[in-house]
Design a protein around this ligand. Structure first.
Ligand SMILES: C=CC1=C(C)c2cc3[nH]c(cc4nc(cc5[nH]c(cc1n2)c(C)c5CCC(=O)O)C(CCC(=O)O)=C4C)c(C)c3C=C
Ligand SMILES: [Fe+2]
Ligand SMILES: [Fe+2]
Length: 343
């Protein structure tokens, strides 16, 4: 029987410093997130970050935590339930980090008689720190625990026509009647090094003004290209005028160069340039989470107001939007019942 496994990033079990420390420890010790040799990663994560960050991080989580739990987990659960209502195949949800493990998710499906899984990483763009780490770990778990299971993964859908339509419609719906002079597309950042490492051609990515716009086989795994494409395709769909929208990257950690321009500096720059009303959308995330609810909706807004800006509107992620649920259902059925696809 066929079954579906959604995988998202994960959250701590609670917003208390102890649980946040445990979660950050697992997350940041992933070699595809902090991609330095084990000794250096251990020194950095266990010696420095875990002694300094959990308290501040826990305080941030406390600001956005819901009665039912972490917004990212609660929203992912809602999405799963809505998709499950639309299809007969069992659907499970797992997280790359934290208590809702991929192993538990696969076990849940296997217990229901599933032997063919469609794995859906909940990220529109490919990145070594998100999709790749999910695929690698899932394969390790499959080999060790479920050798008879067949797993197919849904590739990055950043340029899928249906996805761009659903995202564009959601932006229009949320900005209807709102005044804004500039729409900022803010994506989670990654260290520049990650982009070079994922370059399958070993020569294409330059992180300059043009490489991501030139056609290349490298783009199948280029997070930077895929982010710029989402902006370009949505801007085209919404007929946004030049200079009324731009792309930036948020959540930088550490001292290495990350993808630029940085979101906080961009908000500041736009404010200084006289933008009084800005809107912001975060298409690297399909579910609202710490990075959208705290870093953008709270910190970003504060930066904008401090610089003299007036209205700061955040567009929610797709979350459990019905059009998004319908699109996921369509992709699942295309995989599960290819014989029903129009010829
Ligand atoms: C080196 C560090 C990090 C990389 C690389 C990274 C990439 C990356 N992350 C997301 C999505 C999310 N990240 C979230 C939180 C978060 N991310 C990092 C670090 C890196 N992320 C940290 C330390 C944290 C924890 C919070 C903090 O202390 O600041 C979240 C939110 C999780 C939640 O519980 O709400 C998401 C989602 C993507 C998409 C990405 C690369 C493309
Ligand atoms: Fe992150
Ligand atoms: Fe590029």
């Amino acid at each position: 029987m066929k079954g579906i496994l959604f995988v998202n990033l994960g959250s701590p079990d609670s917003p208390n410093p102890k649980d946040v420390k445990k979660y950050l420890g697992e997350f940041l010790m992933d070699e595809r997130v902090i991609d330095v040799p084990l000794w250096a990663r251990t020194l950095l994560v266990k010696g420095i970050i875990l002694n300094t960050r959990p308290k501040a991080s826990a305080a941030a989580y406390q600001k956005i935590w819901w009665e039912e739990g972490s917004p990212l987990i609660v929203i992912s659960e809602r999405l799963k339930k809505k998709v499950q209502k639309r299809i007969m195949y069992p659907v499970a949800l797992a997280m790359r980090y934290g208590s809702m493990t991929i192993k538990k998710g696969l076990q849940e499906l296997v217990d229901k008689g599933v032997d063919e899984v469609l794995l859906i990483p909940l990220y529109p763009q490919f990145a070594m720190a998100t999709t790749e780490t999910i695929l690698v770990l899932t394969e390790e778990i499959r080999k060790a625990n479920f050798p008879n299971l067949t797993i197919t993964d849904l590739p990055a859908f950043y340029n899928n026509k249906g996805y761009i339509e659903v995202l564009s419609d959601s932006i229009s719906k949320h900005l209807e009647g709102k005044t804004y002079d500039h729409l900022l597309f803010s994506y989670h950042g990654v260290p520049e090094r990650h982009i070079f490492k994922s370059d399958v051609t070993n020569s294409h990515c330059k992180i300059d003004k043009s490489c991501c716009a030139k056609p290349s086989s490298a783009h199948e795994f280029c997070y930077r290209h895929q982010c710029f494409e989402v902006t370009r395709l949505v801007a085209k769909k919404l007929d946004l005028k030049p200079n009324t929208f731009s792309t930036s990257f948020q959540s930088r950690l550490g001292f290495d160069p990350w993808l630029q321009p940085y979101t906080d500096r961009t908000i500041e720059r736009l404010g200084k340039q006289g933008v009084k009303n800005m809107a912001i959308v975060t298409p690297a995330f399909v579910s609202d989470c710490l990075e959208t609810l705290e870093e953008i909706a709270m910190e970003g807004q504060e930066i904008f107001h401090e610089i003299g800006g007036d209205n700061f509107t955040t567009v929610p992620c797709l979350n459990d939007d019905d059009a998004w649920v319908d699109l996921l259902t369509e992709w699942i059925l295309n995989w599960a019942e290819p014989e029903k696809l129009p010829v």
